[in-house]
Design a protein around this ligand. Sequence first.
Ligand SMILES: NC(=O)C1=CN([C@@H]2O[C@H](COP(=O)(O)OP(=O)(O)OC[C@H]3O[C@@H](n4cnc5c(N)ncnc54)[C@H](OP(=O)(O)O)[C@@H]3O)[C@@H](O)[C@H]2O)C=CC1
Ligand SMILES: O=C1OC[C@@H](O)[C@H](O)[C@H]1O
Length: 286
Amino acid sequence: MADHGDFDIMYIGTLHPFHREHAQAALEAGKHVLVEKPFTTTLDDALALTELAEKKGLFIAEGLWTRFFPAVEQALHMVRSGSLGEVKQVEADFCFNATADGDAGVLFNKELAGGANFYVSIYSLGYATAVFGTEPEKIIATGHVQEGLDLSNVVVLLYADGKTGIAISGMHVESAEETRISGTNGRITIHPPSHCATSTTFYGKLEGRGNVETHTVQFDLPRNPPTLEETGGFNFPNSIGFQYEAAAAMRCIHAGRRETPQYTTSEMLGVQKLQDQVRKQLHERE
Ligand SMILES: NC(=O)C1=CN([C@@H]2O[C@H](COP(=O)(O)OP(=O)(O)OC[C@H]3O[C@@H](n4cnc5c(N)ncnc54)[C@H](OP(=O)(O)O)[C@@H]3O)[C@@H](O)[C@H]2O)C=CC1
Ligand SMILES: O=C1OC[C@@H](O)[C@H](O)[C@H]1O
């Protein structure tokens, strides 16, 4: 397909163990690539792909669609512009009961790189790295692992200056899926489903302990196509918001950029490195 199609970019949405091979084939055929999460299943594979993209002068990104939702961009802008004071804590979770979904087979298949870490951890971990970066002083990961598959995991990232990121992921319960980012002058909540959020609330500290002013922002999603019902509908919440990521990739390619500013290659590789450490710790515990 990569060798024969008249198109610029390939979106790799295949099963986890095939991402490297399929993205590599696309790059070798001269196509830009947007790869579904997890970008690859090992750091070595991630490095091989990004090096190849660089050599070929092609755009490459992991499709962490969360980063392109306007609500998330707004929240991260507030964090970076100092509205919360000095940010010290990020708490994020994403757990869902995978057994309640129809086709959960691959999620419980070790050979297909199933498990909570590969499937959803990027969403909660990605909030910590968006705020504090990918070089914590210490990372502690633990979870419930059965026969090589993590059903749930908790990752604590300790950064310099008393900063902490907490990322919880699982395939076992329906969690709140709310992200809280707290600073010395206030906090911001990215409301559920925070991996594809459409609203945030800022709580700014006022004089006196516990007194806050609140400001909620709501972003409308793009409209669903009129043919959605005929084509079977979406499987997951806010899926129409996938177009934010697609539009960002298109803008980058038109501008000759090889990565997105919302989720740079350097951050993505840093996350892959952390993920390798998380999996090592998770599986040591089994
Ligand atoms: N961002 C998001 O919202 C979501 C992201 N994902 C991610 O998307 C990716 C795919 O997951 P999901 O859509 O659930 O998986 P599916 O099983 O629904 O789809 C996988 C696709 O890959 C194809 N495929 C499987 N094996 C091969 C192969 N060896 N060569 C070529 N094509 C192959 C399948 O083709 P065929 O049908 O012909 O077998 C199918 O079209 C994963 O990385 C997952 O984590 C998943 C859900 C939501
Ligand atoms: O990546 C994903 O996997 C789990 C889904 O529930 C979620 O919507 C999707 O983004």
